[in-house]
Ligand binder design. Structure first.
Ligand code: NAG
Ligand code: NAG
Ligand code: NAG
Ligand code: NAG
Ligand code: NAG
Ligand code: NAG
Ligand code: NAG
Ligand code: NAG
Ligand code: NAG
Ligand code: NAG
Length: 485
């Protein structure tokens, strides 16, 4: 048999490199390794006209002599610690989260050498479309917690295409909002949730394979197939939604999102409430898509929370009627023709009003921060000083609900007031003739709103408040904006 000259040279080079011919790692695929016995173990890499990305993720930390990964993209050298520094030899260095990647040219030759692969299982991804293993900068989103439950969302994807209505057929969304159709092939997302202080979690690499493997003894691993489905909270896009039971009271938890099994996002943190917390998480309310928090509503099945269809009928009817009435009033303006602002439209006004109406219709329950939750936070970081900002709290008398359509609740509860910015957003987006007005920060606003957290109170300087945000990724919530960061 006659071999082409180039292949023959390649084979010769191979026999000089290693005793056994190396195995080929295929393009755009993920390769899982438990523990290799050869040291080093060699693999050929596919050649590619696009830059090739080789990514590596450990699935557990090696106690000593962690595996090391070397790449060469010409045939004259065996990649390894001894040849590092020569042209075309590279080490794929792992960062502190046990993730590493190399991207470069692999035009006519490529080889990967793995040293000391005996200590821990790992994955290698080979792709001509960016590293398969990555740390993403989007974050999962906390809805809210109860004593032993949490409502969480994946990072957003597939933002809806918003088509502004136009004159003369200026049709606003109906009071009972209907979502556009769901994306046909949404990316899968999973969540990994573990007690922040758990020692087993502290020694876990922040990689998809490590989290998947550790779930069960360290925390929870929830996939999109055991989620509550897709939800369109806002214009950021669709998110997977999870309602999770079985958590420990008054405990700080860490959450990572994992997409495609390999790309990790996070962490965010949340704290569960004390055993005395009596409110129920309300979520999946189609006409109030951003309501996803604990509210003072009685619940016959505490393990399930309350979804839109379980709300008391008169509460739903009153909210939809209020929304419909507002929309009718708004459209007495020739929306789309009589422009009242160069910046905002009737549709913006209606959307801001809906968000505000939902927040004030569903009071949000919380608790005074307890010493046991704050003891979990570190004193040395700048976030510790944020944690000391007191949230906008107010004790509500259950016998005199703010919303007369709220059903009777058995206990007084601590309410987290809506952020004043949610009211100001309506004021700013709506035409003046509607007469919508928010209380002034320096007078009565703090009776019913959280003032001075996001924007500064007196001057109203945007972002100039004490926290600059309604809630943060560390699990602190300062005022209610429906869970937005
Ligand atoms: C997901 O992983 C597979 C390999 O398992 C890879 O082929 C694919 O490109 C990845 N998708 C994304 C969006 O990174
Ligand atoms: C090897 O990769 C480096 C980095 O992408 C590139 O500069 C170099 O030209 C490549 N060498 C060969 C022989 O392809
Ligand atoms: C592999 O581990 C041995 C000790 O078992 C160590 O001497 C050697 O330097 C390690 N190899 C690499 C490439 O780090
Ligand atoms: C007006 O727009 C709505 C939705 O945008 C559409 O369903 C309706 O058919 C349109 N009506 C007319 C008369 O064009
Ligand atoms: C709102 O619309 C949904 C379907 O889009 C329907 O199932 C529900 O009954 C409606 N709710 C009310 C109060 O009309
Ligand atoms: C909406 O308007 C109708 C008719 O004017 C009125 O009966 C109803 O009480 C209004 N709804 C709300 C929530 O104010
Ligand atoms: C944090 O600060 C509080 C009081 O300022 C102190 O009692 C506590 O011991 C500190 N905790 C840590 C972990 O340093
Ligand atoms: C709730 O608060 C009111 C007024 O502060 C008080 O009179 C009432 O006894 C409290 N109810 C309960 C159930 O604690
Ligand atoms: C709402 O309905 C409940 C039960 O159906 C009733 O007890 C309550 O009085 C109603 N509230 C109002 C304000 O009509
Ligand atoms: C939860 O733990 C993290 C990490 O220790 C900390 O930064 C955060 O402040 C804690 N959150 C709360 C609300 O205590």
């Amino acid at each position: 048999m006659l071999l082409p000259a180039s292949l023959f040279c390649l084979l010769q080079a191979w026999f000089a490199l290693a005793d056994t011919p190396p195995t080929q790692l295929s393009l755009n695929s993920l390769h899982a390794f438990s523990a290799a016995t050869l040291n080093p173990t060699m693999y050929t890499l596919p050649v590619s006209t696009n830059p090739l990305s080789i990514s590596v993720a450990l699935c557990s930390y090696a106690t000593s002599n962690p595996p090391r990964f070397f790449v060469a993209n010409d045939s004259t050298t065996t990649p390894g610690p001894n040849t590092l520094g020569q042209p075309n030899v590279y080490e794929i260095e792992l960062n502190t989260t046990a993730l590493g990647a190399w991207t470069g040219d692999m035009l006519n030759f490529g080889v990967l050498a793995i040293y000391n692969a005996t200590q821990s299982p790992f994955e290698v991804g080979v792709s001509d479309n960016g590293p398969i293993h990555q740390f993403l900068d989007t974050l999962p989103l906390l809805g809210d917690t109860t004593t032993n439950q949490v409502l969480l969302f994946s990072p957003p994807f597939s933002p809806p295409s918003i088509s502004q209505p136009t004159y003369p057929n200026y049709t606003l969304p109906s009071a009972n909002l209907t979502f556009p159709s769901e994306p046909s092939s949404p990316p899968d997302w999973a969540l990994f949730i573990a007690p922040t202080s758990s020692p087993a979690f502290a020694s876990l690499p922040r990689t998809g394979c490590a989290m998947r493997a550790a779930a069960g003894n360290v925390g929870f691993y929830k996939t999109s197939s055991n989620s509550e489905g897709l939800w369109l909270r806002d214009s950021d896009g669709w998110r997977w939604q999870w309602f999770i039971n079985g958590l420990t009271p008054q405990t700080n938890y860490t959450v990572y999102g994992v997409t495609n099994g390999t790309q990790v996002s996070g962490p965010i943190y949340f704290v569960t409430k004390s055993a005395a917390f009596a409110c129920t998480i309300v979520y999946s309310v189609p006409f109030c898509p951003s309501v996803a928090y604990a509210a003072p509503l009685p619940n016959s099945d505490p393990a399930a929370g309350i979804t839109g269809s379980m709300l008391p009928d008169n509460m739903t009817e009153n909210l939809l009627s209020g929304m419909a009435n507002f929309t009718v009033m708004l459209t007495t303006l020739a929306c789309g023709r009589d422009l009242y602002s160069p910046l905002v439209t009737c549709a913006d006004c209606q959307a801001a009003y809906r968000t505000w109406l939902c927040l004030v219709s569903f009071p949000r329950c919380t608790e005074y921060p307890t010493s046991s939750t704050t003891s979990a936070s570190s004193n040395s970081t700048s976030t510790a000083s944020l944690a000391q900002v007191t949230p906008a709290l107010q004790v509500h008398d259950a016998a005199n609900p703010r919303n007369p359509y709220l059903p009777a609740f058995s206990e007084n509860y601590t309410a987290l007031l809506p952020c004043i910015e949610m009211c100001n957003a309506v004021d700013r987006a709506c035409p003046p003739f509607l007469g919508f007005a928010c209380p002034k920060p320096q007078y009565t606003a703090s009776w019913s709103y959280g003032v001075g957290y996001i924007d500064s109170g007196e001057k109203g300087e945007v972002g100039g408040g004490s926290t600059g945000t309604a809630a943060d990724r560390w699990g602190n919530v300062y005022c209610n904006a429906g869970g937005f960061l």
